[in-house]
Design a protein around this ligand. Sequence first.
Ligand code: IPE
Ligand code: IPE
Ligand code: MG
Length: 261
Amino acid sequence: MWKKIFGGKGSPSDSSNLPLFDRIDRERLPRHVAVIMDGNGRWAQGQGLIRTAGHTAGVKTLKRILKTASDIGIEALTVYAFSTENWKRPHGEVDFLMKLFSEYLDKELQEMNEEQVRIHFLGRMEGFSEALQRQVRQAEDLMRNNTGIRFNIAANYGGQDELVRVMQTIARQVAEGKLSPEAIDEQTVERHLDTYGSPPVDLVIRTSGDMRLSNFLLWQAAYAEFWFTDTNWPDFTPEEFVEALVEFGKRDRRFGGLTKK
Ligand code: IPE
Ligand code: IPE
Ligand code: MG
């Protein structure tokens, strides 16, 4: 196992020193947490650095949060790394991000694999260079049979784009006579989503103060709980992640029904 984020008994990071950690209701843990890692640019600006320095710092946060989620026993963590809209950014920033993904996979693959992480990419992979696509496939293949946390990285991902791809697949099946329109239901759609195989999204976290989905998991977030913080992603800590889980445990999820008394 990864060295426990909160340390063993008596260590400086002993979990008993972290009242928040004790407050997690383990019976009411989200199975699947999705994170919009926002605010890298604002963080960098605040430090007098160029925007890309924020992305580099953001990777360090991601590593810590993945470890924390895995140690706590979250089944699936999905992170928004690059949206279908992010191509609008200056070429230099996009280029930097592509190199960062590639470096991240290179450097982290082995450790993630040892920790039984199951990496999976969501989005339109054909938008990436051949070399990056190859790395993505290799990473997924390597970790396919692992037994630990499912780690979805949404890259060149857009919720609308995902649903368009689902509709195209279903329409093709109908056109080929393999499926009747009446047989299409929620499960049919679910089966073709990029997240197929992950539990339902229970909690969406967005850092950096904006309160919108920005085209993230439009279908999957139908009944998710939302948690927002003003903290920029590079400053987001495991403690704050735990705070979100604690808050989640207190939410009354009615799914359209009535509270159980
Ligand atoms: C999120 O941080 C990372 C990506 C979208 C790749 P931003 O780069 O959006 O940072 P802000 O929102 O401009 O501060
Ligand atoms: C959402 O952040 C995408 C990612 C975190 C990868 P953006 O920074 O792109 O979202 P907007 O533009 O503020 O909606
Ligand atoms: Mg942003």
